[in-house]
Design a protein around this ligand. Structure first.
Ligand SMILES: Cc1cc2nc3c(=O)[nH]c(=O)nc-3n(C[C@H](O)[C@H](O)[C@H](O)COP(=O)(O)OP(=O)(O)OC[C@H]3O[C@@H](n4cnc5c(N)ncnc54)[C@H](O)[C@@H]3O)c2cc1C
Length: 369
């Protein structure tokens, strides 16, 4: 177990996808930061995620983030150098008639950014996922370069590469408070002692506000518990299954081992069952057991809230990913590292700053699962 240092150039709170990615990109730029995690790496929302990644968003900024993030997932085995069990098997959205127009607009925008994506007919959707009931499906969208991976493996990949570059990770170390002196971050008080620092990245997931509220900052983030269920092995679907989303109901499924993860917005299987069995009739005969649950960090416009606090100086934050924080990690982590080191940002994500809510500049993301 790493010792808690008495000082660090940059401290990161939170060992999920966001925090470990920031740690890696800081280390890569020659700043070996210290990451503090109160439990184990990945123990927050990251290990509960489906691991889905997609460029199929409505907000142009999310599309840009994801074009770059997918490029990084594709070569994760080279940099940072870890096997994340990449399944680039696509995302298939199934749509009703009145949803087609809005998705056509998004597909046009995604194509403008070079995304391999297309509208599909119900028959084509059935070709991609035999076993679907498409009788009330008017069409869909499919991108073969979307897919899913294993979030905990990505976190370990970033963590190991960052450690090799000199970064420090201290687990079982809870940050209790942020110290401020003369309107600037001066350190953190932890369960293991005090670390002095002038730069702090808060990547504490749904718990980020616990540290910020005492400083007079409250990010508009609400925890929303999401449940997943597991079907018995031996289903008739192809092994290389796209992450398939019934957009009207929120029911989605993807391959997990030799069975399926099936999930939605419902908290109990009996509530999810009608939508699930309607779309995948064979599920009526298949055993399904509870899987796990975790929390989405949801903002009012379903976009991340990330940036630099106006006060105290030296404080940076990233949370509120509204169900897409794993996939945005490779870009958001580098962006946070850029902010903390005052270097040219990988891309301009200032529109996602918390200031947008007070300024009336919310930017609703429509493709939320
Ligand atoms: C069921 C489910 C499915 C999902 N599917 C997807 C998906 O397919 N694709 C996708 O992109 N996203 C998905 N998500 C969302 C994704 O899990 C999150 O957006 C992402 O993991 C957020 O990562 P994070 O690092 O910001 O937060 P977290 O992973 O929550 O990490 C925050 C960490 O901070 C630590 N921490 C908090 N406070 C303190 C403190 N005071 N001191 C020390 N440590 C502290 C916590 O212990 C935790 O480990 C899903 C979420 C759920 C629940």
């Amino acid at each position: 177990m790493a010792e808690l240092p008495s000082s660090a150039d940059v401290v990161i709170v939170g060992g999920g996808m966001t925090g470990t990615s920031a740690l890696y990109y800081l280390a890569r730029s020659g700043v070996p930061a210290t990451l503090l995690e109160r439990d184990l790496l990945s123990s927050g929302s990251t290990s509960k995620a489906a691991g889905g990644f997609r460029a199929q968003f409505s907000d142009e900024l999310n599309i840009k983030i994801m074009v770059e993030a997918i490029r990084r997932f594709e070569r994760f085995d080279e940099e940072p150098g870890a096997d994340i069990d990449l399944k680039q098997w696509g995302y298939l959205f199934l749509l009703k008639e009145d949803q087609l127009g809005s998705f056509e607009e998004s597909v046009a925008l995604q194509k403008d950014h070079g995304v391999d994506v297309r509208m599909v007919s119900p028959a084509e959707a059935l070709d991609i996922v035999p076993g679907l009931n498409v009788e009330d499906v008017a069409g869909g969208t499919f991108s073969p370069t979307d897919g899913y991976a294993t979030p905990a493996a990505a976190v370990q990949g970033y963590a190991m590469a960052a450690r090799n570059l000199g970064a420090t990770i201290v687990e079982d170390c809870e940050v209790h408070a942020i110290d401020v002196a003369a309107s600037r971050v001066s350190g953190v008080v932890t369960s293991r002692g005090v670390v002095s620092t002038s730069k702090l990245i808060c990547a504490g997931g749904i718990w980020t506000n616990d540290l910020l509220v005492p400083l007079g900052i409250e990010l508009p983030v609400t925890p929303e518990q999401r449940f997943v269920f597991l079907s018995e092995p031996g289903d008739p679907l192809p092994h290389r299954l796209p992450l398939t989303v019934d957009y009207s109901t929120g029911f989605y499924f993807h391959r997990e081992g030799n069975g399926l993860v099936i999930a939605g917005r419902e908290t109990a299987m009996e509530d999810l069952a009608p939508a699930a069995v309607h779309r995948l009739p064979f599920l009526a005969e298949t055993g399904v057991r509870p899987g796990w649950s975790g929390f989405y960090a949801v903002t009012p416009d379903h976009n991340a809230v990330l940036g630099r606090a106006s006060e105290p100086e030296g404080l940076f934050y990233a949370t509120g990913f509204s169900g897409h924080g794993f996939m945005q990690g490779p870009v958001v982590g580098e962006y946070l590292a850029n902010l903390a080191t005052d270097t040219e940002p990988i891309m301009d994500l200032s529109a996602f700053s918390a200031d947008r809510f007070a300024a009336g500049n919310q930017r609703p993301e429509l493709r939320v699962i």
